[in-house]
Ligand binder design. Structure first.
Ligand SMILES: *Cc1c(COP(=O)(O)O)cnc(C)c1O
Length: 341
């Protein structure tokens, strides 16, 4: 990793996210008959062909999960089986050959073991893993894919600090519609979203709040985070309607938030209802969540026509602390979510 690990000044808090990559990756290939053994290879040797489905037709899917050091110094992956199952679902939606759960987890374990020296101490960061499945081979047409590549890239990252965001409720562009790719973790969704992010940033917002494709009335998700809003003593998050990603962090929070004494509901986040709740004084905090950021507080969602201001009720901070303990191996009630490396 570009010298950072060898540097005696190595400070986990300065790693950020996604900026440093491990020199090695774990990779396997599928030739149409079955998956090869996993191999440890130089990351720089992995390159999907230009004249192939991954580059030309966005035929690739990915995952993002983290490995943490627990208080006793042990190392675990957080909820790798749920990530493995989601990669299978994403691959199936795109028509790709899935990798089975065992190969997925073994690839992650090997990637972590090869980079243990880069794993920050307990509480100060993680190894972010990026398992990727793509169509391999050279062919300039769309056909049933034969050759596939699976690889696990790795990036040491800081413990995320709780950010505060203003989101642009995008009034024209959409990210996903029913029957589309919204529930798949695939680059095509990011391709659909980049122009919206640029628009948001040009207007001084931090990220996009994507709305539903039918009538642009309901919050769907942020660029790479699922959304939660508190209204009174209810904590609401949009249902898994096929247009949003089934976030592992979202699912974890649906378990953890019960400890806050809140009533949880997967329910549409209708903009009009949120504005009404704001007028009535019962609109609480809002936040986005995902593996990379953990939790990001949302102060405001709006565009040129309206602005919804969320309360600062301390809930994002409290849930972030609960989630951090569950992820990092400090809250043994969630030991079932840890996979020892
Ligand atoms: C990965 C991702 C998320 C967050 O999912 P987690 O499993 O919680 O990391 C949310 N939305 C999109 C579009 C994503 O790609």
């Amino acid at each position: 990793m570009d010298g950072a690990a060898a540097d005696t000044e190595w400070v986990p808090e300065a790693l950020g996210f996604g900026q440093h990559l491990g020199d090695l990756a774990v990779a396997a290939t599928h030739d149409g008959a079955g998956w090869s053994e996993l191999r440890l290879v130089p990351r720089a040797d992995l390159a999907p062909p230009m004249a192939g489905g991954a580059v030309q037709y966005a035929l690739s899917v990915f995952e993002g999960l983290k490995a943490y050091r627990d208080p006793a110094g042990g190392v675990h992956l957080f909820r790798p089986r749920m990530h493995a199952r989601r990669l299978v679902a994403s691959a199936t939606r795109l028509g790709l050959q899935p990798v089975d759960e065992a190969l997925f987890i073994e690839g992650c374990v090997q990637a972590v073991r090869a980079h243990l020296a880069l794993l920050p101490p307990h509480g100060r960061g993680a190894l972010y893993l990026r398992p990727t499945l793509h169509v391999d081979g050279e062919f300039l047409g769309l056909r049933a894919p034969r050759r596939h590549g699976f690889s696990v890239l790795l990036s040491p990252c800081s413990d995320p600090v709780l950010k505060r965001l203003r989101l642009w409720a995008e009034p024209e562009l959409i990210r996903a519609a029913r029957g589309g790719l919204g529930a798949a973790k695939t680059g095509a969704n990011y391709a659909a979203g980049l122009a919206g992010l640029l628009r948001a940033q040009q207007r001084g917002y931090d990220d996009v709040a994507w709305l539903d494709a039918d009538d642009h009335c309901r919050l769907a998700e942020a660029g790479s985070m699922n959304l939660f809003v508190r209204v009174g003593d209810r904590l609401l998050t949009p249902p898994l309607d096929g247009c949003i990603l089934a976030g592992v962090t979202r699912d974890s929070l649906l378990h953890l938030a019960a400890d806050e004494g809140l009533q949880l509901a997967e329910a549409p986040l209708d903009l009009d209802q949120l504005m009404c709740a704001e007028r009535r004084g019962v609109l609480g905090s809002a936040f986005g969540c995902g593996t990379a950021a953990r939790i990001a507080q949302i102060d405001e969602i709006g565009n040129v026509d309206y602005r919804i201001r969320f309360a600062d009720d301390g809930l994002p901070q409290r849930l972030s602390a609960r989630l951090k303990a569950a992820q990092e191996g400090a809250d043994s009630r969630y030991a079932g979510w840890w996979w020892g490396v």
